[in-house]
Write a protein that binds this ligand. Structure first.
Ligand SMILES: Cc1cc2nc3c(=O)[nH]c(=O)nc-3n(C[C@H](O)[C@H](O)[C@H](O)COP(=O)(O)O)c2cc1C
Length: 202
């Protein structure tokens, strides 16, 4: 088996991971009555039933200590929120609108493209990170474009490419129709309309 990336190969390892484009979130919790947020792109969907999501936090971060057994929100940043991402990554920004809104579970950020409010489900070792699974108790979306992160830079979404796949090609994709990814079923391409949760409004 090839060796793990050596310490001086870590730069290349990070660069490789950076080729995976992500959204950008601020993971927030309430600590001693005050909101704490940290910018996180290591966020992923895990399960629909029960509804679970995962965030991976550096052991050196305050957030990784605060999230132990603590409810949290995942705030999916909007495309115009790069300054907010920098702010909660330890690069304090002035003149940025940072409005916290109350929620029964944990504070959430105004202006997010989407948010999910989670209670702790499980926590596990992720090497120099800790993996936090949260059970989604509430969520909502806003019809704004999300902020993207790719190869160390912030981006906004470009063209929709699914429109360029000819309908005939989709129709030909027989085996796909059996798969959980089938676009005509509520798979990865469908909206989660009838899950165990329904979205909050407001
Ligand atoms: C775009 C972006 C994505 C980041 N993603 C993560 C991440 O997934 N996990 C993590 O632990 N830190 C991530 N960070 C770094 C944290 O935001 C940073 O360490 C922050 O200062 C932690 O805050 P805290 O120590 O106050 O909790 C990211 C930073 C940026 C700019």
């Amino acid at each position: 088996m090839p060796p793990n990336p050596s310490p001086n190969g870590q730069r290349e390892f990070r660069d490789c991971l950076g080729h995976f484009a992500t959204g950008v979130t601020v993971v927030a919790c309430r600590i001693e009555g005050a909101p704490h947020g940290a910018t996180v792109n290591a966020f992923t969907a895990v399960s629909l039933d029960p509804p679970l999501v995962l965030v991976s936090l550096d052991r050196r971060s305050k957030a990784s200590r605060y999230l132990a057994d603590t409810p949290f929100t995942v705030n999916v940043l909007a495309a115009d929120s790069a300054a907010i991402a920098l702010h909660f990554a330890g690069r304090t920004q002035t003149g940025v609108d940072l409005t916290w809104l109350d929620h029964d579970v944990a504070p959430r950020l105004a202006g997010a493209a989407a948010w999910l409010a989670c209670t702790p489900w499980a926590q596990s070792d992720g090497g120099d990170h800790i993996l936090f699974l949260g059970e989604v108790r509430d969520f909502a979306t806003t019809p704004v474009e999300p902020l993207l992160f790719h190869r160390g830079r912030f981006r906004r979404p470009g063209a929709h490419l699914d429109d360029s796949v000819p309908a005939a090609r989709l129709a030909e994709a027989g085996p796909w129709l059996e798969s959980l990814d089938c676009p005509s079923a509520a798979g990865w391409f469908g909206a989660i309309a009838d899950g165990p949760l329904s979205p909050a409004h407001g």
